[in-house]
Structures are given as C-alpha cells and as structure tokens.
Design a protein around this ligand. Sequence first.
Ligand code: ATP
Length: 334
Amino acid sequence: MTAAVEFQNVSRHFGPPSAPVRAVDGVDLTIAEGSFFAMLGPSGSGKTTCLRLISGFEKPTGGTIRIFGQDVSDIPPNRRNVNTVFQDYALFPHMNVRDNVGYGLMVKGIDRRTRERRAEEMLSLVKLEGYGDRKPAQLSGGQRQRVALARALVNEPKVLLLDEPLGALDLKLREAMQDELKALQTRLGITFVFVTHDQGEALSMADSLAVFNEGKIAQIGTPAEVYARPSTRFVADFVGSSNVLSPEVTRAFGGPQKWSSLRPEALRLTPADGVALAGTVTSIRYLGAGSRISVMLHGTEVAALLPAGQPLPEPGTTVGLSFDPAALHVMDQV
Ligand code: ATP
C-alpha cells in the first residue's frame, strides 16, 4: 500500500511556548493512496489545522509530514500537488464560472483555449455543462459547491482536501452531494481527505476515518470498526451517541466489570415482569423513522432506539430491556 499522506508525531502549537494552544498535538496517521479519508471531531479539535498542514498553509511545530513518500517540510503549497475545497467555496465573484474553474491553469500560464476546454470538461464532470457564462451569484448553493470542486479538480491534484464542503447546504442537497462526491472519488481514484463534524457524513462516505479530540487522534479505523468498537468514551459518545456504561452498571447487565458501550439500536423493549433489566421510562423522543426512549436503569439513563410502528410505553412506566450480549463492547480506555 502506498501512503498518500503520512504524519509522524506532528504537532502545531500556537501562541507563546509558556502557554501554547495545542491545535494539533503529536498526531500519527497514514492515509492510503486512492482512499476516502475523513477527519471527524468537534469544533476546535484540530481538523482544519491538520488539513492546512497537508496543504502547506501551516507549518508544523514538530514532526514530519510526507506526501507520497516525500518529506514536504521545505515544499511550498503550490508545489505539493494538493488542492483544497473550502467550506465557503472562495469563488471569485467578478469572474464567470468558466474563468473561476480555469483560474489555477491561468496561474500556471496555460493558454486561454486550453484553459477553457479543460474548464468545460471539469464542468461536465460535476454536471454543470452550460453554466460557464454565469457568475457565482447566479448559482444555487449546491451549484457553487460543484464549481469549487471543479476548480480544485482542474489542477489534477493527487490529494484533494475538503474542509466541511457540504456545511452550507440543506439536508436534502447535502445527502445528494454526499453520494455524488463519493461516486466522483471512486471514479477518479484521487485521495480525498474530508473534514467534517458530522458523524453520519463521515461514517457513510469514508473508507477510513480519524476521530479527533483536543488536537489528538482518539481513534482511527474503518467506519464499521470505529462505530462498533469505540476505543474511548469520547469516541463512543461522539460517533453515534452510544450508551456509555460504568463498570457497576455493566456488571448489573451481566457483563464484565469494565467501562462499556452499548448502541441504542441494540436494546429492545420487553415486558418488565421478572426481567433483571427493568427501569422507568423518563422520556420519549419521536424521530420520524423511529423513537428514542430513555430509561433510568441502576441510576444510569440508557437510550433505546425503537423502530417505527412499535407500541410505545408512557413516560413513568416500568419497562424491561434486553440485548444480545455480543453487542456490549468493552472499551480499552475510559
Ligand atoms: P472547526 O470544526 O470549528 O473548524 P477544527 O477541528 O477544524 O474546528 P482547528 O481550526 O484546527 O479546529 O483549531 C484547533 C484549535 O487551534 C482551536 O482551539 C483554535 O482556536 C486554535 N487555532 C487555530 N488556528 C489558530 C491560530 N492561527 N492562532 C491561534 N490558535 C489557533
């Protein structure tokens, strides 16, 4: 496997050494060539700084970054064969769509005819044929997003960095663009590094993902691994709002006396009589495709996700809960 991007103990601290902001703190990661890699984490966890370190707009305070095996410490951004799609798209408002897309080629001194032909090819790739003469202000949010994508792809980068590129779109469009981006990445075979704080987006699109917390990687793996086997409470909580159970509660559940996670969808309601796991319903939230029920069990509030169509208990009533023991995941760390 060739690594498109490698971080070895990379840090980026800001501010005075006496009181540094550790935006990125000792990160190790390997992004495989041709993969769709997501950086997932809450606001301020260091994702954008990592992206800027790859693009070269930011220099590490420590550690080594390699792009296709080459140490890029002394390579400026324009010689890294990496392009970025920004959340706000950063299109030039006075230029039409064709010139926006061809901009990178103009900077490289490529002639107008070739530029326009390549820009039209890119517009067709992102399904915007015939939009070349419009100004960005005459496009919808989703169309602007596609122009930004075309403008980055025209440079034929080996790595495409995407910083929350779908953040400004409404839910429906966002979902449609998720499918399109994934299909485009598969077709072009370019390495995509995608920053998001939306776990659903990361889980559905990525081949592998890194979960960031306070400048460090809390876990790295395939979406299925990270979702099913979160290594810490933070990951369990952030990637799909799991039930995090203390050793005492896990033991009461019949498991080992260790911190564990249990996904809400793994829990089923049963009649309360004679069941070890019985508790009081504290709240019910209707979610459309199902309902999320909170039950107070051994002093811990546990959430169960029930499919639609099932009769729902009233708040305040006692219910039983059951689950397949294999669904209980013991975490390595707290
Ligand atoms: P978001 O999802 O909100 O974009 P993020 O995970 O991308 O967040 P970063 O933008 O990488 O987070 O920021 C990480 C931390 O570094 C934050 O605490 C931020 O305030 C700090 N930071 C980033 N850039 C600078 C800077 N130029 N000077 C000082 N602190 C900075």
